[in-house]
Design a protein around this ligand. Sequence first.
Ligand code: PLP
Length: 456
Amino acid sequence: PLVNSAAARDIANTLHPYTDLKLHQEVGPMVISRGEGVRVWDENGKGYIESVAGLWCAALGFSNERLVQAATNQMRKLPFYHAFTAKSHEPMIDLAEMLIQRAPVPMSKAFFANSGSEANDTAIKMVWYFNNAVGRPKKKKIIGRIKGYHGITLAAASLTGLPANHRSFDVPLPGFLHTMAPHYYHAGLPGESEEEFATRCADELEKLILAEDPDTVAAMWAEPIMGAGGVILPPKGYFEKIQAVLRKYDVLLVADEVICGFWRTGNYWGSTTLNVQPDILTCAKALSSSFLPISAVLVNERVFQGLADESHKIGTFGHGYTYSGHPVPAAVAVETLKIYDETRIGDHVGDVGPYMQAELRRRFANHPLVGEVRGVGLIGAVELVADKATHKNFDPAHKVGARLVKLTEANGVIGRALPGDALAFSPPLIITRAEIDEMLDAVGKSLDELAVQLRR
Ligand code: PLP
C-alpha cells in the first residue's frame, strides 16, 4: 500500500528545495493537506500550529474567504494581462498606489515581480542601470551582510551571506561583498557596549568601502531585522551609523522588507522600527499573505528619474517578467492590504507581539539550553547554546536545532531551526494570546525533552 502513497510518489518524483536530498530518499516528506487559521493538518489528520507562518509569510494564516473571493473575482474578470509596453490593469494600478501611499519614506514608483529573489535581482539591476544613467559606470559593487538573506537567484544569492547558499553554487558572483552581521551577542567584544559595537560595525563598513574604492561601490542591502540568518536585531543606533557612512560615499541603501514588511515587527515596515531610510525597498511574502506569489520594488524619485532618463535614451526599460503585476496576485495583494487596514491588524500585533516577546523571555531565557532570546513584534528567536557563559554554539554536526524541530512537530508545532540552532518564531499575524500560549507550551515541552536527550 505504501507504493502509491503520497510520500512514496514524492520520493520518486520530487526534488525538494532546502532539503538533504539523499536523506529525503529514506525519510520522505511531511505531506500537508489543509489549513485553517494559524494551523495546518498533515495527511494523517494531525494538526499543527505554524509557528513561522510557513516561510515567514502566511500573515493572515491558512484560510481567508475574502482573499479567495478576490482571486476568484479577478480570475473571472481578467485572469491575465501583462504590463509590458505600457499595458496596465486596475489591480496593478491599485496596488502600486497603495504601496506608494504606505511606504515608510517618500517613494515614487512600484515595480512588480513574483518572488523576493526576483525583487532583489530587479533592484540590483536598477542600481546598476541608475549608475549608468548618472554617468558613473564604475560604481557597481554591492555590499550585503554576513548572515543576510536576500534570495537564491544568482544575483540575490550573491547578496545573501550564508554559506549554504554559496557552497558548490559558484556564488557570490564578482562584485558582491559582505560586511559583518550586527549580532552583539556573538560578535560584541568583552567590555564593549552595544553602542560601541554599533560604531565598530559602521567602521568596518567604511573600511570595506575605502578598501574597494568608494567610486566602485554602488549600494548596500539590509534586512531591517535579519530573518533566515537567525532573527538578528541590530544594536541601538546601528542603522543611523551605517546610513551616515553610506551617505558620505553616496552609496544607495536598499531595505529588504521581504520578511519585516506588513506589521511583522510591530510597525507597518521594519524600516520604521529600525529607523532605516532606504532609497529602494523590496517586499514580498505578506504582501499577498502568500496566497499567491507577488513581490514589489519601490524606488524613490531620484532613482526613478535615473531609470527614466536611461530608458528614454535606450528606448525601453529592458527588464520585466511575464507575470510582473499579474492581475490575480495583484488583486489578492490589494485585498490583503485592505484587510490589514480594516481589521486594524497593526493594533492586534501591538497586543500579541509584546505578549509573545514577554512569554518567550519568561519561559525560556533561563532554560539550560537557551543562550539568547531575541525579537520584536511577532518575530523572534530562541538560540540554543552549548555553553551559556561563553555563548558557544553546539557543533553543527549534532543538528541540535533540527532535533528540536522534530520534537516540536511531535508536540503539534511546526517550527524552523535557523543556522546556529536558533528556533525562529514568526507566526501568522492573526495569532491570539491563547494560541501563543499553546505554541509556547509545546515548545517548552520540546526543549525539556531535548535537554533530557542531551543530558543537560
Ligand atoms: N529576502 C528575504 C529577507 C527573505 O527572507 C527571502 C525569503 O525567505 C527572500 C528575500 C527571497 O524571497 P523568495 O524566496 O520569495 O525568492
